[in-house]
Design a binder for this molecule. Sequence first.
Ligand code: SAM
Ligand code: MD0
Ligand code: SF4
Length: 356
Amino acid sequence: MDSLMEVLKRAVEGRALHDEEIQGLLEVSSPEEREELFRAARARREKFFGQHVFLYGFVYFSTYCRNGCNFCLYRRGNSKSLRYRKSMDEILAAASALKESGVHLIDLTMGEDPFYLSEGAEGYERLAGLVDAVKKETSLPVMVSPGVVEDSLLERLREAGADWYACYQETHTFPLYQELRPGQPYEKRWGAKAFAKNCGMLVEEGVMTGVGESTEDLLRSIHAMESLGADQVRAMTFVPQVGTPMFGASGKNQRELNLIAVMRLLLPDRIIPASLDVEGAEGLKARLEAGANAVTSLIPPQSGLAGVARCHEGIDNGSRTVKGILPILEECGLASATVEEYESWVEKRKRGGGAR
Ligand code: SAM
Ligand code: MD0
Ligand code: SF4
């Protein structure tokens, strides 16, 4: 088998890698070898995106949820989590504060809240109304992260102005999926993304690391993301949450950074987030240096809005704001893109259609 440097050289040239080579990259563990992996990922990022990074505003507008994901603070029945459902005015205020601060997209996220999802057409129109209002208020691209929803609702959200549908499988290994998302049919979650892609939305797929997955599981996820034609692909390390079945689980096998770098090498033209929701601003530099090209989970201070994995940290002190993270971009030799650049990426990607 080729040496690490030879494998990385081929990857940087855009040539195919064998599965064993990909697994080898996912497992690289010495600081020197990891730095070589990350350097290669940065070279690939530069070729496709230059030095510019996209910034995503996060609005977790309802934390009510009918599901029982074992890793999630907001699973139904967890009395330790903060429950809220923001009003239209509060949502619009948060979205416009984010726009003012310089983000390029608004991500409207909720738990699978029955107020929107279990009251038929009336609930659906509430959700579509939110998308429409945020779009009108900000004129920015919009992502929706409402969980698994009916095809008809996805179409309605697209008509209302949603550019992106985000829905993360977490893993593409069925038994592990069932441990993480009990009672949620695997095929239904996967099918919603395939439908969104076919009806002209951009799609984000995601993997959770540190939940007992093997290297083979991560490889399977990479191939699944390729086959879906996901436009944005993410990795997030599991963060234990109070009051949940997985609170005591220690994140074994945490390879988020390796996975970010490998995704950059194999899917070089996709957006890969560095989420502030795992290690806050302190963890941003490492994620950008591993090849990420978007900063996500920017949250307006004093808005009463939460994150998903680091639910309150860094929000009110402003470290999860555009102003707070710009110096970190600069340290990495990077800078914020413009809204126009982001919009043109989105439009071009939409025209490009399905899996490539
Ligand atoms: N309720 C919708 C859903 O589940 O699709 C939208 C929320 S979605 C943005 C929440 C995502 O955050 C999960 O899919 C998972 O990838 C991530 N997440 C949630 N809890 C987490 C935790 N404790 N540690 C790391 N990531 C977490
Ligand atoms: C993030 N907290 O980007 C957000 C969230 C949902 N589309 C995204 C997981 O980290
Ligand atoms: Fe609900 Fe989403 Fe949390 Fe699962 S991850 S419990 S679907 S909010």
